[in-house]
Ligand binder design. Structure first.
Ligand code: ADP
Ligand code: MG
Length: 229
């Protein structure tokens, strides 16, 4: 049972295996991983290249389902969800900051942040929220800049604002400070902190940065698809 100190997990995984089949070969990227992500916690995922970090993040973000084992959201096994259900759930609950940002080059910073809401037919509210988020990440003076007119750190912050447009309760980030100088990295960590304390957002981040892992509540170490230590 959950106690006051330990709220029910947002997401839980049991004996999660993910295999990839390519060119007649099978790669077991995750080999029986257990996890529980609770509201407002900050989890750092570390491990060498190829250890399964991005695979794990994709499963947490419902971008993927396990080959075997169970990923549970609100007590429901997500592998029983159809594609539409997964997409809706992801859109409602999860924000994803991809390693390479995936900003659309022909759109402005503001429009990029609005993208996840383009089909919502609430253009005025969407614009207000996107503007507020970009101001919050310190880009209020860059709304109309195209991605190639922004620095790496600024692109990162646009991607962060976009991940927050639907008010997620789980924010996933693949190396969010990877290409950033320390000051910009610190400002991203401050933002994560605010989201956790003000809105109970859980943050799971893959990182190579020791100082990011130091700031986390919990560090998950992956080696060859297994959690160690
Ligand atoms: P990390 O993010 O820790 O570098 P990944 O999760 O990307 O690790 O990859 C784990 C393992 O799975 C690696 O051996 C990688 O080559 C393999 N892998 C990842 N994605 C795919 C894919 N789409 N198809 C085949 N193999 C993959
Ligand atoms: Mg990776």
């Amino acid at each position: 049972m959950a106690t006051a100190d330990e709220p029910e997990p947002i997401l839980r995984g049991q004996d999660v295996v993910r295999e990839y089949h390519t060119g007649g070969q099978t790669v077991r990227a995750l080999d029986g991983v257990d996890f529980a992500i609770r509201p407002a916690e900050f989890v750092a995922v570390v491990g060498p290249s190829g250890s399964g970090k991005s695979t794990l993040l994709n499963l947490l973000g419902l971008l993927d389902v396990p080959t075997s084992g169970r990923v549970e959201l609100g007590g429901e096994d997500v592998s029983t969800f159809d594609q539409g259900q997964r997409t809706r759930t992801r859109k409602r609950d999860v924000g994803f900051i991809f390693q390479s940002y995936y900003l659309i080059p022909t759109l402005t910073a503001l429009e990029n942040v609005e993208v996840p809401r383009l089909l919502d037919r609430t253009p005025v509210e969407t614009r207000e929220r996107a503007t507020a988020l970009l101001e919050r990440v310190g880009l209020g003076d860059r709304l109309d800049h195209a991605p190639d007119e922004l620095s790496g750190g600024q692109k990162q912050r646009v991607a962060t604002a976009r991940a927050l447009i639907n008010d997620p309760n789980l924010l996933l980030a693949d190396e969010p400070t990877g290409n950033l100088d320390r000051d910009t990295g610190d400002s991203i960590l401050d933002l994560f902190d605010d989201l956790r304390t003000e809105q109970d957002v859980a943050v799971v981040t893959v990182t190579h940065d020791e100082y990011v892992a130091d700031a986390a509540d919990r560090v998950v170490r992956l080696i060859d698809g297994e959690v160690r230590g």
